[in-house]
Design a protein around this ligand. Structure first.
Ligand code: SAH
Length: 291
């Protein structure tokens, strides 16, 4: 089909229901969030989520792998069996599934998997997203801190956003929560993020999951603020913990507000993430293809 112009190919792909994925279950949350479980042709499960916001934002949460080889202690995806990297079509077909029903305008690689372990296919899919209405500046790739991928992103691919799942400023605690930190320590990862920032001229989104009694103390906010220099390079997004089978308790509203204050007093821009789709296990960290 490469004899057809790219725009026509994208338009056809968006309108014609041919897909590398089969939708096998759908769930709609009270807040309008929709989760779809797909299966690939070789029967690998893949989940994707559409979040609908009042301001008209339609944000897709896309998966880059079936399952995930990393074993972050708080994440449900890490507990299921790792399948394989998804192809470019399998990534794009998640977006097209929703795009056939309604216009979409944002995408985040925060579904199953570690996108930077499948960077060729993720970038190939990112190149195509503008063709279905999602600008590169409205696309974000979220990573555990897979160092070689961050270095590549600084130099190649469309101008998508970068989000780092940081979760603990202290190396030892971070290694406990996210074993990948043993391989790529936070200090090296932050250096790579700064290099990305300098080349791309965009702020790095820092994701910080709020776990009661684990990483939500005042001193831990102070330590986080110390790491995030220079200030304009980073923006923190505090994430309320969504229940999984793991042993953690999420921080309460007051603890999250206090943590945010401690960061903001130090000049760190901070927001608290709205939790979406929790009642259908569609929220961050809950994707485990249980059906
Ligand atoms: N592997 C990538 C992308 C997938 S996870 C990454 O880790 O960034 C997307 C986000 O959800 C990450 O910030 C992850 O740490 C977070 N997350 C994982 N488990 C969670 C949970 N139980 N509650 C809330 N957020 C969670």
């Amino acid at each position: 089909m490469t004899n057809l112009p790219l725009e026509l190919r994208d338009a056809l792909a968006a309108e014609v229901p041919f897909s590398s994925l089969e939708s096998t279950a759908e769930a709609l949350a009270a807040d309008g969030t929709e989760k779809v479980l797909f299966h690939t042709a070789d029967a690998r499960p893949v989940e994707a989520v559409l979040m609908r916001y009042r301001d008209g934002r339609r944000s897709l949460c896309l998966s880059s792998q079936s399952g995930c080889p990393l074993t972050c202690s708080f994440c449900a995806t890490g507990r299921m069996k790792f399948g394989r990297n998804l192809t470019e079509s399998e990534i794009l077909d998640q977006a097209l599934h929703f795009r056939r029903k309604e216009a979409v305008n944002h995408a985040v690689f925060m579904g199953m998997g570690e996108p930077l372990m499948n960077l060729d296919n993720v970038l190939a899919a990112c190149e195509r997203l503008p063709g279905i209405g999602i600008a590169s500046s409205n696309t974000a790739i979220s990573t555990v801190g897979w160092l070689p991928g961050i270095v590549r992103l600084a130099h190649e691919g469309p101008p998508v956003r970068l989000a780092l799942s940081l979760h603990a400023a202290d190396e030892a605690l971070r290694s406990e929560l996210m074993p990948v930190n043993e391989r790529y320590p936070l200090s090296d990862v932050l250096r790579a993020c700064l290099e990305w920032h300098e080349r791309r001229r965009r702020q790095v989104f820092v994701e910080y999951l709020m776990l009661a009694g684990v990483n939500d103390r005042y001193e831990q906010a102070v330590a986080l603020a110390e790491l995030l220099e220079p200030r304009p390079a980073f923006k923190v997004n505090l994430i309320p913990y969504n229940p999984t089978d793991a042993r953690f308790q999420g921080s309460g509203r007051d603890a999250i507000a206090a943590f945010r204050n401690a960061l903001e007093e130090r000049g760190v821009r901070t927001t608290v993430r709205l939790t979406r789709g929790r009642d259908i296990d569609a929220a961050c960290g809950q994707l485990a293809a249980r059906g």
